[in-house]
Design a protein around this ligand. Sequence first.
Ligand SMILES: NC(=O)c1ccc[n+]([C@@H]2O[C@H](COP(=O)([O-])OP(=O)(O)OC[C@H]3O[C@@H](n4cnc5c(N)ncnc54)[C@H](O)[C@@H]3O)[C@@H](O)[C@H]2O)c1
Length: 633
Amino acid sequence: MARVIRVVTPASSSPVVLGRLAAHNEAEWRLAVVPGLLDPDNRALLGHLAGVRRVLVVAGAPERERLVRYLDRQQAGGLLDGYCLAPEAKLVAASPLSAIAGLADAAVTSGLGRRDAILVYGHDSEVLTAVATAALLRRQTMAVQVVSDLPALLAAVRTAASVPLPGPFAVRRQQVTVVVDEDVLLAAACTPEEEAALEELATMDSGVAEALLGSPLEGEALTAVRRAALAAMFRWFGRAWTTRSARYAGAPTGRAVSYQVEAVHDVFRTTSRPDGRGQRDTADTEPGAGRLAEWLPRGGRVLAVVDAYAPRIVDDVRRYLSSCQERSLIAGFEIFCVESSPAVKTLGRLDRLVRTADRMDFGPTDVLLGVGGGTVLDLVGTAALMYRGGTPYLRVPTTLVGMIDAGIGLKVAVNVGTRKNLLGGYHAPLACLCDPAFLATLPSQEVRCGLAEAIKIAMVTDGELFGLIERHHESVLTRRQSPESRRVMEGAIAAMLGELSTNPFERELRRLPDFGHEYGHLLEAESGYRLRHGEAVSIGMALASQLAVLAGRLSPSVHERMIRLLNRVGLPTFDRLCEPERLWRWLCVDIKSHKGGVPVLVAPTGTGAGGFLEPDDGLTFDTVRRACAELRA
Ligand SMILES: NC(=O)c1ccc[n+]([C@@H]2O[C@H](COP(=O)([O-])OP(=O)(O)OC[C@H]3O[C@@H](n4cnc5c(N)ncnc54)[C@H](O)[C@@H]3O)[C@@H](O)[C@H]2O)c1
């Protein structure tokens, strides 16, 4: 359960805190020992699958056959919509990330949605890849792991908090369900691996030690030892959930996260000291405004990932970090330049970035720093999420989208092929430092995209902010550092943080900040990124709003007011990709699976108010067709 503590409003003293988000993210853990697990009439496994309708199965040959028989029976009884078997080839890949990408692709192709599950049997490297994939797929998909021997159970508990992958990668888990196939476990002959596991357990639990003492490890005696071992596992599970000293599970308790969004000025400025001749000595510089320096790790290192949109930004970051190093604030740094494009948010780039951190032997006192737009911030956040199970990072957004949206939430993700944001998670930065000076060089088209995100959050949550944007969008476009422009920016950040604070880890899939994004993401990817993110979101908003009018949920005048604003800002409200058949198919397949099985769109119900539109509310193929016709006109 996520519990949000507060969002604070801008303070006048330095630093200017635009907002703070604090939340607690508690992991969910379950361990069960089930007799007759795969008996056709036993519903226990379905119970652990918690109502999912579709599963992807990863299992070795003998277990697969038993699972298939069981799942066929459940499907025939109408308790499951379907299942599919993971293609083995997808799990054997050159790198852990490509194996994860292959399995994620298989999951999506087989129609696995955000409320469905990956069902794994055993504990080999393929199973670990599958568990890691589930933890990253659409930022969290349920994995249920069945084990049928004690060594596998011990291994499952050891990797409960974080799944190690080859190389420097590790994936933290939120939801862990381990189910013991008791009959198989009790019936098997004792292997040397099991004997070693029992001996290890005996050193930690007197019950196991007593049962093991002088036992022949066969027949009744073996069963008694195994039962003692299972009982011990339950005791450790219970402790592991609540203490930090558990020896097996590595303290998989909840995590508190807290970070703030600050306004800073001249974030990379270094002030030069005059040399003896009164000249500025550029080599002898001091960190300028200081706020960034305060977040940098004392004595640690920095890996700065910089969007090299201009040579100057890279020089500024280098000069700044050099001056921090010269003054012994940090021990060292490296700069990883990227030239931002959709090709940046890929697994290939993620792999290179994580391996760079590894080559630097990045430790817990080192920090990743992302300097760029949403693309770079997402890439850096995902690298921070996956490097050895989580490393600290800072965000310095340089675009309006970065400042009011991508920079301030917990979400991070990378694309897989044409699928946007397919793999990722929730990883809070140490802080997000917004310096509006960056907006001076931002192309107008990108400012328009930022305004699309501001209009999005205003339209469904904050009528006053919407009015402010109506009055001052011109100023945001042309005088980007004007007081009006700042008010719009601060209002959008506050509105966004307000929404995020109620649902920071998206336990609730229906979120108002998704307004325009359901179709937006699909249009952006399908257009081959011809449409920028904000442009695609603008079209998505127009579609959802028009559908709300046709469903009788929104007055036409409010819809027209929003369309007028989008047009005045210079954003598109229709695209040739908006064909009714395509939009309907996306709704019934992609959006439905992303939204937990219900095709649903966020739609405004007034200026500054939003709700959700689904087929029962009049979202039909016919209304989609009519909406396209209206918007095309
Ligand atoms: N994680 C989230 O919650 C979230 C939210 C919104 C968007 N996003 C993601 O963010 C991405 C879009 O981000 P974006 O709109 O910031 O685009 P972007 O990061 O791709 O940047 C757009 C362009 O502006 C350039 N640029 C960046 N800063 C500049 C500056 N100060 N001056 C001149 N040029 C500059 C970049 O090089 C790039 O060419 C998408 O991938 C989207 O999925 C993520």
